[in-house]
Design a binder for this molecule. Structure first.
Ligand code: NAD
Ligand code: UDP
Length: 312
């Protein structure tokens, strides 16, 4: 049995990870300040091997008793409306919060994983994005609080690896969706599904020609687990390479929900990346991982989840 420290464990992806590692028989300590997460995401967990600590990770974690075998930093606002609302908190969480997690990993000789993001590639000039691409980020734009926090978190992770020999995993997550995303989370899949089931207009930003590649959460968790248990210390993209336009996504959601909602067009947020698609050859080669759940299948499960949440 191993002990896991999961920062951000009451969030969307973090809550799935808590369940996954408890399911493997391990002990999980989940630390979260609930800034964008919810206790509802972990309320079904009854295991005596689970501990929840309400804490802002920027305040430090060294008083939490170790040793841990794995320290995973998934704490950070992640939805654009969330990090635009909490820009300073996002920067501090990516920087001070990541240091706090790294210090525990250093103390315990634990494997440290940072949840980085496709956003470190910014508005990419190449498509698909390989891990070797350095990115195109506007350091003073509205999204910079998130992008630069994650770039800093990667840099801090590399510094602890080089200076102290911490065993690291650099996970670059591409757009992921599924149950446990807040109804008011504000990301495209949640907005479109909730709007469609409520009969509201689907709000497409810009003309909807910008692309994303959506990964269902069970595939993401599988990729995360494979990376964590590997010995790969270089960055690895985990995401589904099936790229589509946002207008296509809106239409698939309408079709899957059978909704008669309309699509309306709104201003495109500043610096919204025009294209995004992961090159997953490294994950395939080094982890033997690739996604299995297609968009329609993932949407079916997600729609069922929101039907219960919204009680419609
Ligand atoms: P989320 O907002 O649902 O979860 C983040 C969790 O972190 C929340 O529970 C929040 O309360 C917690 N948190 C934030 N700041 C904290 C702090 N200072 N101290 C303690 N807890 C704090 O987001 P998510 O989609 O589950 O994302 C999880 C991680 O994965 C984030 O680091 C995010 O940047 C990364 N990521 C997610 C995606 C995606 O598509 N979901 C894509 C790329 C990267
Ligand atoms: N988007 C949209 N309508 C919405 C929410 C998002 O058109 O209600 C667009 C957004 O502008 C972006 C894409 O959908 O181009 C994906 O947005 P999301 O917030 O899900 O993630 P991002 O990849 O921008 O972090």
């Amino acid at each position: 049995m191993a002990r896991f420290l999961i920062a951000g464990g009451a969030g969307f992806i973090g809550s799935h990870l808590c369940e996954r590692f408890l399911g493997e028989g391990h002990e999980v300590v989940c630390v979260d300040n609930l800034i964008t997460g919810s206790l509802e995401n972990i309320s079904d967990i009854k295991s005596p091997k689970f501990t929840y600590i309400e804490r802002d990770i920027t305040k430090g974690l060294m008083d939490i008793k170790g040793p841990f075998s794995y320290v995973m930093n998934f704490a950070s606002p992640a939805s654009p409306p969330d990090y635009l609302k909490y820009p300073v908190e996002t920067l501090l969480t990516g920087s001070l919060g990541t240091h706090a997690c790294l210090d525990v990993a250093l103390r315990d000789k634990a494997v440290f994983m940072i949840a980085s993001t496709s956003e470190i590639y910014g508005d990419p000039e190449i498509n698909p994005q390989k891990e070797t691409y350095w990115g195109n980020v506007n350091s003073i734009g509205p999204r910079s609080c998130y992008d630069e926090a994650k770039r800093y978190a990667e840099a801090a992770t590399m510094a602890y690896h080089r200076k102290h020999g911490v065993d690291i995993r650099l996970l670059r997550i591409f757009n992921t969706f599924g149950p446990n995303m807040r109804v008011e989370d504000g990301r495209a899949v949640t907005n479109f599904v909730c709007q469609a089931v409520r009969g509201d207009d689907l709000t497409v930003y810009g003309d909807g020609s910008q692309t994303r590649s959506f990964c269902y959460v069970t595939d993401m968790v599988e990729g995360i687990v494979k990376l964590l248990y590997s010995n790969v210390t270089e960055p690895v993209n985990i995401g589904n390479p099936a790229e589509m336009t946002i207008l296509e996504l809106a239409n698939v959601v309408l079709e899957r929900t059978g909704s008669s909602s309309k699509i309306t067009f709104h201003d495109l947020p500043q610096d919204d990346p025009k294209k995004r698609r992961p090159d997953i050859s490294r994950a395939k080669e080094k982890l033997g991982w690739e996604p299995k759940v297609n968009l329609k299948e993932g949407l079916r499960k997600t729609i069922d989840y929101y039907l219960t949440k919204l009680e419609v």
